[in-house]
Design a protein around this ligand. Structure first.
Ligand code: AMP
Length: 817
């Protein structure tokens, strides 16, 4: 039996093994430049070199054909950091030098002989966050080079500019504390002397002024309109409308008067697709760019895009999608007569821009609800209707009239008489009993009768269909294929035999398809109460900012918070956002980052969290490790002291404590790693991310097919093979977190490629004991990395052991103020 079970694993193995050989073959086709050292993610060149060209991973001549070009591109894309120092021959940075490194985040070209950077040099490097061009004889540097980047730091120390309008933008960025320039002492020379850039006084050199003819513009579909934009100032700016994404036909006409550059935009036959479009006009000169916008509202009559026959989804509903602007009002006719809404039949609607998506929801419908349902949608431009036949139940056999085809119409909307309910109740009761029996059977089989290849028992999340979801936080799903419509679906948790719905808030994105749900009241924060201060980072959802939030606490006027933004969300992203907000609202623990609420009045959507001063734990560990003096994020950092054993244990204990809570809530996180924990004052650590950090730490994830990013270095064999996630697989990840802590934030298996990691994990190899890790702690790691899930240590026990060890260990250093 065992042999039988393991056969498919061997086949899989072959595939994985071949894959890894292929990957090796590819990596061997790329050579590190001679005077540099390279890892899969970094190129580091600090030896002097008079090489003229930017270091490029060289392609070996293997006689390979173009089929591998995609994989080669991927290898370049994996490079996130390039550091070049003392390359005296390097004079020009060209776009061809940079274009392959599309995943680059940190670039240092320091103390070289760089004089010129081509205008589009960074056009293919949208992830660049840190650029260091210190100590180069740069004569020209335009702000436009950086305009599409979200730079957290631009270092220009030791670059001596020529004073003049060309460098006014650097002065302005310093004044605005942009990209960290305010922390640098920069100079320019006037020909005779060298002065601090801040002291440069220059006239006729400022940002352009801009004005547009309208702020908001409301039109009826098909109309024509002309809008104007004027840019003025010295130097006289170039002005243009950005119309990409605009559907309506448009033409531009530009004219220049003294001191004003004007541009007219004519829209012809405006289209409904442009409802909500923001027309932006941009004025640019050598100092920078300003913009102004017009918000378009296009009105058009309603249309019913979708009206489906009733379907059973927890309860029963007739789904619809209606579009119209202004938003149409909706009503229903039942067999031609107005349908009165009641607790038994009601409309639930989600609105998203000019779409209304929803359901006519029936509670316990009977044959009396069978009939024609007509949806009527109206706005000031017209009315539209569509009909669907709804069949719910056939009449019970004892219902005499039915035989003659004259069912009694529903009473007051759809409320049933007692007799009817009784008849239906018997049928439903019998069916229900059968369902319960089936479920019990399923549970028993699942619990005692079925062992996975890894001997897995108990709560196991079998993620199907959802496994590519952006959010790795998932409820424990016991893998029950629930009969009788009890299938948990993405909106529900199945714990034992109970289906606990994930609750939706009627105030917030009312969701038409789920009925009878208790409500999670996600708290709302007003946009005007949030004042952004600076960017903290970026996750897969969008940017994260430090902000001040007013009226959050009854005792404080304002509170520092971290806000996560979701820009231009698709409907699916909105739903993920909503689900995430509801989950977070329900998770409250001292070691889970505190969630204050959402702000959904306008764009971007915002989630408000408590601010954790020291950011993510991975960065924190690196900044408090032995390498901190050398590089963190490509920049030299003053180390604030290495973490001691007691502090490491304290960090680990707190994460374990958060996990004990998650396990008690039957939540499986699926992506526990130090990058997803946050550090606050006094070494307070919390689990702080539920699926939003894949962009910055993309090297920690393995992309399989399309979009799926798997954190394979933190994953169990059963998760890699079968995507099975459970509280026990979270324990495995905790073992890896311990390893990260004791290596000051190293990437697990950093010396191996992703396919090699898969191979090692499947072969049963585990990470080595970190140099400074006591044997007792490594034993915990080994206890987390047991192949059989049920043999792994229990998170409660781990927490207790770590706590006890921490108490017995004297504190070495108090590194935090
Ligand atoms: P995330 O989208 O959660 O991956 O966040 C991206 C980055 O923003 C993290 O790596 C942190 O450095 C920072 N960040 C996120 N949440 C917070 C918070 N609550 N307090 C402080 N920094 C945060």
């Amino acid at each position: 039996m065992d042999l039988l079970l393991s056969t498919p694993r061997i086949c899989w193995w072959r595939v994985l093994f071949l894959l890894s050989i292929f990957q090796d073959y590819l990596s061997s086709m790329l050579d590190c430049p001679p005077t540099c050292s390279c890892t899969p993610t970094e190129i580091y060149c600090n030896k002097s070199d008079n090489g003229k060209f930017f270091p490029l991973l060289a392609l070996q001549d293997t006689g390979s054909n173009g089929n591998n070009s995609n994989n080669i591109q991927d290898l370049f894309k994996n490079i996130t950091s390039i550091h070049i120092e003392n390359w005296t021959g390097l004079q020009t940075l060209r776009d061809v030098d940079m274009e392959l490194y599309t995943g680059l985040q940190n670039l240092t070209i320091m103390n070289c002989n760089l004089r010129q950077i081509h205008a589009r040099a960074f056009a293919q490097n949208p992830h660049l966050r840190y650029i260091n061009l210190s100590k180069n004889p740069l004569t020209l540097l335009s702000w436009q080079l950086f305009q599409n980047l979200q730079l957290s730091e631009l270092r220009l120390d030791g670059v001596e500019f020529t004073c003049g309008c060309d460098v006014r933008w650097v002065q302005l960025w310093q004044q605005r504390a942009q990209a960290g320039l305010h922390t640098q002492q920069l100079y320019c020379h006037t020909g005779t002397s060298r002065i601090p850039l801040q002291a440069m006084d220059i006239s006729h050199c400022d940002l352009p002024d801009i004005s547009v003819s309208h702020k908001n513009l409301t039109l009826i579909e098909g109309a024509n309109v002309v809008v104007t934009c004027n840019g003025s100032g010295a130097p006289l700016p170039e002005v243009d409308w950005t119309v990409s994404g605009l559907h309506s036909i448009n033409t531009h006409q530009s004219s220049v008067r003294p001191n004003v550059h004007s541009i007219k935009l004519t829209l012809v036959n405006v289209s409904r697709e442009d409802n909500g479009f923001i027309l932006t006009c941009i004025a640019e000169n050598v100092v920078g760019m300003t913009n102004a916008s017009i918000h378009l509202t296009i009105h058009y009559p309603p249309a019913i895009l979708h009206l489906a026959e009733p379907e059973r989804q927890h309860d029963t509903c007739i789904q619809f999608t209606v579009r119209g602007s202004p938003q149409p009002s909706l009503r229903w006719l039942f067999n031609g007569k107005e349908l009165r809404q009641s607790q038994f039949v009601r409309t639930e609607v989600d609105d998203y821009q000019d779409y209304l998506e929803g359901c006519l929801v029936f509670r316990n419908p009977t044959h009396q609800n069978n009939g024609n349902y007509t949806l009527v949608a109206t706005n000031f431009l017209g009315t539209t209707t569509k009909m669907v036949y709804g069949h719910f139940l056939s009449a019970p056999f004892f219902y005499e009239d039915y035989e003659y085809g004259t069912p009694t119409p529903p009473l007051s909307g759809t409320h049933q008489s007692d007799e009817d309910t009784f008849g239906v109740s018997i049928a439903v009761g019998l069916a229900g009993f059968a369902c319960v029996l089936l479920i019990v059977l399923f549970v028993l089989i699942n619990k005692y009768g079925r062992r996975s290849k890894f001997g897995m028992k108990g709560p196991v999340a079998v993620i199907s269909g959802e496994e590519d979801s952006a959010s790795p936080l998932h409820h424990v799903n016991h893998g029950i294929l629930t009969p009788c419509g009890l299938d948990a679906g993405p909106d529900a948790v199945v714990i034992g035999m109970t289906r606990i719905p994930v609750i939706e808030n009627p105030q917030y994105f009312r969701h038409g398809h789920n009925c009878n749900k208790p409500t999670t009241y996600v708290q709302h924060v007003k946009r005007r109460d949030i004042v952004l201060k600076r960017e903290l980072g970026e996750g897969a959802f969008g940017k994260v900012f430090l902000a001040e939030c007013y009226n959050l606490s009854p005792t404080k006027d304002k509170t520092l918070v971290a806000v996560k933004t979701l820009k231009d969300p698709t409907l699916a992203a909105r739903k993920d956002f909503q689900r995430e907000a509801e989950l977070l609202t329900n998770l409250q623990h001292e070691h889970i980052v505190r969630f204050y609420g959402v702000c959904v009045d306008g764009d971007p959507l915002i989630m408000v969290f408590e601010y954790m001063k020291h950011g993510d734990l991975n960065k924190f560990l690196r900044a408090h490790g032995p390498d901190a003096m050398v590089l963190v994020d490509g920049q030299p950092l003053q180390s604030s002291g290495e973490l001691g054993l007691s502090q490491m244990l304290h960090i680990a204990t707190q994460i374990a404590s958060g996990m004990v809570y998650l396990a008690s809530q039957h939540f499986v996180h699926r992506d526990l790693a130090t990058r997803n924990c946050l550090v606050g004052n006094g070494l307070l650590v919390k689990i702080g991310d539920f699926g939003m950090s894949r962009d910055i730490y993309s090297a920690d994830y393995y992309r399989v097919g399309g979009q799926t990013m798997l954190p394979i270095r933190w994953m169990t064999p059963e998760s890699i093979m079968y995507r099975k996630f459970s509280t026990e697989s979270d324990v495995w990840s905790f073992g890896v977190i311990l390893w990260e802590i004791f290596t000051y934030g190293k990437q697990p298996w950093h010396q191996l490629s992703n396919t090699e990691v898969i191979e090692c994990t499947m072969q049963g190899q585990v990470l080595d004991r970190p140099r400074i890790c006591p044997k007792e702690v490594y034993d915990i790691m080994l206890g987390c990395w047991q192949r059989e899930p049920q043999q792994r240590l229990n998170i409660k026990d781990i927490q207790k052991i770590l706590y006890a060890m921490g108490k017995a260990t004297p504190a070495y250093l108090d590194i935090l103020g």
